[in-house]
Design a protein around this ligand. Structure first.
Ligand code: ATP
Length: 249
């Protein structure tokens, strides 16, 4: 990890629907970091990431991806990142290999280049035996993994995932965690929302806690514990303490 280079910088990010969903949020994620964003339901995690991914226009604020202004230059910003939604869309009539070839084509990657990448991704996600079957017969977890493979086929440097482990069985979850860990070791940056605090605790370099659209705590697990004055508290206890404090404020 290079602490002096940032993969993502968010400044003053704000979004209001019928009420404020993201409230003047600042966030810096370093290049090469595995960052977990946690927070209660409705805290603004998905809204934040959708704005970062260019799917939702902020009311105010700036988003910079590897120094690229994502609002001024959305295509270049999107080229550097992958977005994996918690409700992924894939094309049912295609096989996983055809889907990955299609997505690679949208990025302008020649089949000769994308095919081995696609094969490798499908193998690492345990989908190799199904690569010639149409996705229409796939379970939710298999579809999630196809969508993840599709998001990674252009070799993004920043991978943003919204609840990537929800609905996955233990074997599939291990495949996804393994793949993300490998990417970080290869120099990619991962930002992931999760309600599975154990995953945040075990996989991430730093954890950000969002409540009511604001970042209420951030740091390594050790730092979060120090900030709260409990040397051996679990992340779950810390989380509940932080969120309860926020509710009372
Ligand atoms: N398209 C929308 N229209 C209106 N309100 C929305 C929309 N999207 C999100 N919201 C509201 O914005 C707030 C933040 O929602 P968001 O989905 O970002 O939270 P979250 O932290 O991802 O929650 P969860 O953990 O439940 O997925 C909530 O009050 C939600 O109802």
């Amino acid at each position: 990890m290079k602490p002096d280079s940032s993969a993502l910088e968010v400044r003053g990010l704000t979004k209001r629907f019928d009420r404020l969903a993201v409230d003047n949020l600042d966030l810096t994620i370093h290049a090469g970091e595995f960052y977990a964003l946690v927070g209660p339901n409705g805290a603004g995690k998905t809204t934040t990431l959708r704005m970062v991914a260019g799917l939702l226009r902020p009311d105010a604020g700036h988003v910079s991806i590897f120094g690229i202004d994502a609002l001024q230059n959305p295509v270049a910003a999107k080229q550097a990142m992958a977005w994996v939604s918690d409700e992924p869309m894939i094309y049912d009539k295609l096989t996983p290999l055809e889907y990955l070839e299609f997505v690679a084509g949208l990025w302008g990657i020649a089949p000769a280049v994308s095919k081995p990448v696609a094969e490798e991704l499908l193998t690492s996600l345990g989908l190799a035996p199904h690569r010639h079957e149409r996705c229409e017969g796939f379970s939710k977890g298999m579809r999630q993994k196809v969508a993840l493979a599709g998001a990674l086929v252009h070799d993004p440097r920043l991978i943003i995932l919204d609840e990537p482990l929800t609905g996955l069985d233990a074997v599939s979850a291990r495949h996804v965690k393994g793949l993300l860990g490998d990417r970080v070791r290869a120099g990619c940056t991962v930002i992931m929302t999760t309600h599975i605090l154990e995953v945040a605790e075990r996989m991430s370099d730093r954890i950000g806690v969002i409540a009511a659209g604001r970042l209420v705590a951030e740091g390594t697990l050790t730092e979060l514990r120090q900030q709260n004055g409990h040397a051996d508290t679990s992340l779950e206890d810390l989380f509940i303490a932080l969120v309860t404090l926020q509710d009372a404020a």
